[in-house]
Design a protein around this ligand. Structure first.
Ligand code: SF4
Length: 293
């Protein structure tokens, strides 16, 4: 366990690094790309009607060790989140080297975690992931098996102070409660249309630009094959910004054709609330307080 002084100076240097990086980016008039989602695989063991992956034509495969190491190297240099999200499309538990990837991310102090459908989750695997450094997990209740896995593993999450919550996906109003998450509870999240790819959304005029944290804050996603796309709605990879070999030079764009059918995606505030609670309760394990201003 790191001492408080070391933690404070580490957080300060991270904060200064992010501020300096943001100032430089703004001076250049560019939104620099920060890694948000990492797609370990685009294979899935379910075929949900509200997921664009179900109809996807991308070849199914998994992320290589080499690609993952490039992601880690980049995030160690530039990560305003200091928080590794190991899902995009596909089911992370299907990656054969998930425990090893979790260990590498934890060694890099990137606080790894992911969202899963829970189909392949059991107590032995969950314990192994925790021992390797898993810091958080969300189980989306696509099936009764996923919900059962959530309840089966809940006591282990409490025992190891894992940030752990379940999520009901429904058509009604969104109800996000960060406090419920730290209480190992269940939240409700509204289904979305993935920018009109799984439900009709009338395209707006050319140049339409909704409020969106991807566009405003420059987050990007790394696909399993190493390509980099600008947002979590872009399953088909219609907007490839480059590859993991270009991460130091990739820039976000003002908006995309896909944005014309999208309401935008503003997760920052709720995410910040979650992280604030995490930091307050587990300050020695998560160093994300530079996002808490
Ligand atoms: S498609 Fe939607 S989520 Fe993606 S960048 Fe555009 S507005 Fe944001």
């Amino acid at each position: 366990m790191r001492r408080a002084g070391a933690r404070a100076s580490g957080a300060m240097s991270t904060r200064l690094r992010i501020i300096g990086y943001s100032v430089a980016a703004q001076a250049l008039g560019e939104i620099v790309a920060f890694i948000y989602h990492i797609e370990l695989t685009n294979a899935c063991d379910l075929t949900c009607s509200y997921c664009p992956l179900t109809e996807s034509t991308r070849p199914r495969s998994v992320m290589s060790d080499e690609t993952f190491e490039k992601v880690i190297a980049h995030m160690k240099k530039r990560s305003p989140l200091n928080f590794m999200i190991l899902h995009h499309f596909g089911e992370p538990l299907l990656h054969p080297r998930l425990p090893q990837f979790i260990r590498r991310a934890a060694e890099a102090r990137l606080n790894p975690g992911f969202s899963t459908n829970g189909e392949k989750l059991n107590r032995d695997l969950f314990r192994e992931l925790i021992q390797n450094g898993l810091r958080w997990m969300c189980i989306a209740f696509h099936t009764p098996a996923g919900e059962a896995a959530f309840h089966e593993c809940r006591d282990l999450a409490r025992e190891h102070q894992l940030v752990y919550w379940g999520r009901h996906l429904e058509g009604g109003e969104q109800a996000h409660d960060p406090n419920a998450i730290l209480g190992y509870g269940i939240e409700r999240q509204q289904l979305h249309s993935f920018a009109g790819t799984v439900a009709s959304e009338e395209p707006r005029p050319s140049g339409w630009r909704p409020a969106c944290d991807y566009l405003d804050r420059g987050f990007v996603c790394v696909l399993h094959d190493g390509r980099v796309v600008p947002c979590a709605m872009d399953e088909a990879a219609t907007n490839v910004l480059g590859t993991v070999d270009d991460l130091d030079s990739i820039q976000h764009a003002p908006s995309y054709e896909l944005c014309r059918s999208c309401q935008g995606f503003t997760f920052y505030d709720s995410f910040r609330g979650l992280m604030k609670n995490v930091v307050e309760q587990q300050p020695t394990r998560l160093a994300t307080d530079h996002w808490m201003a």
